[in-house]
Design a binder for this molecule. Structure first.
Ligand code: AMP
Length: 170
């Protein structure tokens, strides 16, 4: 199934010069959505995963069905100020701007094996910040799963030796 057909380019959003990859057409197509979730899981099916860490907001859309399917826990990483209890924070730069991400302090245990999920990897800054939040809590990053990779931004290189799996590459 050619999932690229379901990703729409939106030029100059949210800023001039950025081509936003809009995945909402994929969500509207039940077969494409199921296929995308299945493909994002496939490389990790043989691995022991204790929890999926999904990034707000589009990472939730893919991370939640993956956790349901794997019968593992789901940890949500949110933008600053949204989580009600004590958090751990990491600040990072985006393709467009800077942001702080946080997780609840008790969300990841020592030696928990974590799969990190988001819709898209651009520069890899968000992903690196998420890995640091896992490791600060003593967790182990098993790998990353993204639906879309913007290869020209070299996010994969920014992630060094971590395992990075992506489905749609531009
Ligand atoms: P980065 O930290 O640079 O890898 O950026 C990845 C995060 O920003 C993900 O949460 C993406 O959803 C979002 N993002 C960055 N660039 C784009 C883009 N061109 N289209 C859609 N989402 C993007």
């Amino acid at each position: 199934m050619d999932l690229k057909k379901f990703v729409r380019d939106v030029p100059d959003f949210p800023k001039e010069g950025i081509i936003f990859k809009d995945i909402t057409p994929l969500l509207l197509n039940p077969e494409a959505f199921r296929h995308a979730v299945g493909e994002m899981l496939k490389p990790y099916r043989g691995e022991r995963i204790d929890k999926i860490l999904a990034m707000e907001a589009r990472g939730f859309i893919f991370g939640a069905p993956m956790a349901y399917e794997l019968r593992c826990g789901l940890v949500i990483a949110r933008k600053k100020g949204k989580l009600p209890r004590r958090t751990l924070q990491a600040t990072y730069s985006l393709e467009y701007g800077e942001a702080t991400v946080e997780v609840h302090q008790d969300s990841i245990g020592e030696n928990d094996r974590i799969l990190i999920v988001d819709d898209l990897i651009a520069t890899g800054g968000t992903a690196r910040a998420l890995a640091s939040l896992v490791e600060k809590q003593g967790g182990k990053v098993v790998g990353f799963s993204f639906l879309v990779e913007l290869t020209f931004l070299k996010g994969r290189e920014a992630l060094g030796n971590y395992r990075v799996e992506t489905i749609i590459k531009y």
